[in-house]
Design a protein around this ligand. Structure first.
Ligand code: C5P
Length: 224
């Protein structure tokens, strides 16, 4: 089936074995802000779900795509339910990457940075982050309440990496909790979340204009 591939598996687990890594690509949901489901959008003639799968394939990472795409597994009502469905369909890997289909500009360098940091023994999860470029203010309706110091704020991207056991534990800790990213659930469950440098080009396609911007980056990369 097209949405699920089998990556490299270490021949002798535990003996000089590379850690096994799998990926859950979330591509479900209705894409309410965008207007159409994002998985079927295309960049350079390739649907976003295929771009995500190809990225993981290129690194020998088994991937499961969650959403209404060829070979995909069904999504759930909340993002975390979609991730749980993906986890259940994934093999018994040591590390799991969770990646948004709506970030088609993630590259192999970024994925490798996340995996590299994950192998730190004292870390449960790893997120890629970038600085906040704009001034940030807290508002109440149309009034400013305060200016927030952006120095210790970051914007958070995917792929996020997890010890599979830590993510499963975080999901089990409180079935009612939801978070806008998966590391949020690990934080709430008391897990240790590390950061690596993200990539400003790895923005999320949220609004139609973002697709135009992504096309520019895509073209620039493929012309090199
Ligand atoms: O809506 P938002 O842009 O935050 O969604 C982020 C990602 O989560 C998208 O890739 C979307 O496909 C996925 N998602 C999902 N299942 C849901 C909600 C969102 O797979 N129920």
């Amino acid at each position: 089936s097209e949405g699920r591939t089998t990556g490299r598996v270490s021949p002798m687990p535990g003996v000089d074995a590379k850690p096994t890594v799998g990926a859950v690509v979330v591509a479900a949901g209705r894409g309410e802000r965008f207007g159409t489901p994002k998985a079927s959008l295309e960049l350079g003639g390739t649907p976003l779900w295929r771009i995500a799968r190809d990225l993981m394939d290129s690194l020998g990472i088994e991937s499961v795509i969650v959403g209404d795409v060829p070979g995909g597994v069904p999504g759930g009502p909340r993002r975390r339910d979609s991730v749980a469905n993906g986890l259940a369909a994934l093999g018994d890997v040591e590390f799991v990457l969770v990646h948004d289909v709506a970030r088609p500009l993630a590259d192999t360098h970024l994925v490798k940075r996340v995996i590299e940091r994950l192998t730190d023994r004292d870390i449960d999860a790893v997120i890629p982050v970038v600085p906040v470029p704009d001034t940030v203010k807290r508002i109440d309706g149309d009034r400013v309440v305060e200016t927030v110091d952006r120095a210790d704020l970051v914007l958070v991207q995917t792929p996020q990496g997890f010890r599979r056991t830590a993510l499963v534990r975080a999901h089990a800790a409180d079935p009612d909790l939801d978070a806008t990213d998966d590391a949020g659930l690990v934080e709430l469950a008391g897990g240790r979340v590390g950061t690596v440098e993200g990539d400003p080009d790895n923005f999320k396609i949220t609004w139609p204009d973002d697709l135009t911007r992504a096309q520019l980056v895509w073209r620039r990369r493929n012309d090199d």
